[in-house]
Design a protein around this ligand. Structure first.
Ligand SMILES: *Cc1c(COP(=O)(O)O)cnc(C)c1O
Length: 355
């Protein structure tokens, strides 16, 4: 069976509060204005000044030699493993990692890689779990080539990896001749919440990327950074995957705008997430994971409503959120206000009362 997302039903209640994902953000008028005014060229031959500016900005932000603009975060992950690994190689990642469950099997389909799923609480594996999963280089075991960590860990609850754990993972990988890859879809959320710079957070990681189409509010794009040699190879895969673009400066302008205007405000999303968690946890029986960034996971079963029922009942009241791996995920972002959070808590209360 082929999975197709449900098309929008025109008879459905219009969405007033969209907590489905931070990918749902719409470019603001000021961002659209920056896009309209963008200086552009041919990106594929390195001639788009706005794309080049964006790549310089991100390389500098992450403390790497070079960077490349990609159509999506998924393509950042896929191109990175294609550069780091050869067919038959083993990648180590947390069992809830996006590269395992949410990229259409790309790493196996395109690279012939196998991914070992490491266990651990809150979307993170302990450095020691990683250490214990390493095996000697023998003829009959797959070469362990790269370790990947999500900062923040999405399905783990938007949790922030401690800098000391990141450093330890890097050190273990290094001493075993492995490359390190950071899936930084929400890296800047981790940086804003922790006060640790993106440069420090990614120090020692061979490749790292940030997504612009999530909390940063741009319509399209991710930027991956690393050494100049690594980025040269990523460029080849970007071409092979059909991801080279032309006047992409139109999109890159939105990303540059986001770097200038939408980073510090991620703190507002985190405050809204905390307010949502606080409100929900005051409802008897509700199980709520305390958010560290902009994702709030909760389970209403203890309050007498199944997750699926709750999602549907909220949908009928114009509030969109999602079931994710057995829990409800609410995601705060640019288009979600504090008033919407209060309203959502009120609606959840009402649904629980009616159950
Ligand atoms: C969203 C996400 C991605 C993929 O990014 P897209 O831009 O949607 O392709 C990868 N990793 C994590 C952790 C994500 O949340």
């Amino acid at each position: 069976m082929t999975y197709t997302p449900a098309p929008r039903d025109p008879k459905q209640t219009p969405v007033r509060i969209n907590l489905l994902s931070d990918t749902q953000t719409r470019p603001t008028p000021a961002m659209r204005d920056a896009m309209a005014r963008a200086d552009v060229g041919d990106e594929q031959i390195g001639d788009d000044p706005t794309v080049n500016l964006l790549c310089e900005r991100v390389a500098d932000l992450l403390g790497k030699e070079a960077a490349v603009f990609m159509p999506s975060g998924t393509m950042c992950n896929v191109a990175a493993t294609l550069v780091h690994c050869r067919p038959g190689d083993e990648i180590l990642a947390h069992e809830s990692a996006h590269i395992i469950a949410r990229e259409g099997g790309a790493h196996a389909a395109l690279g012939g890689f196998q991914i070992t799923a490491l266990p651990g609480a809150d979307g993170q594996f302990a450095p020691d779990t990683f250490r214990k999963a390493l095996h000697p280089r023998t003829r009959y075991q797959p070469p362990q080539t790269v370790v990947s960590a999500e900062q923040t860990a999405n399905i783990g609850g938007g949790t922030i990896w401690k800098k000391t754990d990141l450093d330890e993972v890097v050190q273990i990988a290094r001493s075993n001749g492995m490359a390190t890859h950071m899936d930084g879809a929400r890296l800047l959320n981790a940086c804003v919440a922790s006060g640790i710079s993106a440069r420090d957070m990614t120090a020692g990681w061979d490749s790292a990327w940030i997504d612009f189409s999530k909390g940063l509010g741009a319509p399209i794009g991710g930027v991956i950074a690393g050494s100049r040699d690594f980025i040269d190879e990523v460029w080849r895969w970007k071409q092979r995957l059909g991801g080279s673009m032309r006047q992409a400066g139109i999109c890159a302008a939105a990303c540059v705008y986001a770097l200038d205007h939408h980073v510090d405000r991620l703190a507002d999303d985190h405050a809204n997430a905390r307010a949502l968690a606080r409100g929900l946890s005051q409802i008897a029986g509700m199980q709520v994971q305390q958010p560290e960034t902009n994702l709030v996971f909760f389970t209403p079963d203890g309050a007498g409503v199944t997750g699926d029922r709750m999602v549907e009942a909220l949908r009928n009241r114009g509030v969109l959120l999602a079931m994710m791996d057995g829990r409800i995920r609410a995601c705060t972002h640019l288009d979600v206000t504090a008033a919407m959070i209060d309203e959502t808590v009120g609606l959840v209360r009402e649904i629980v009362r009616g159950a």
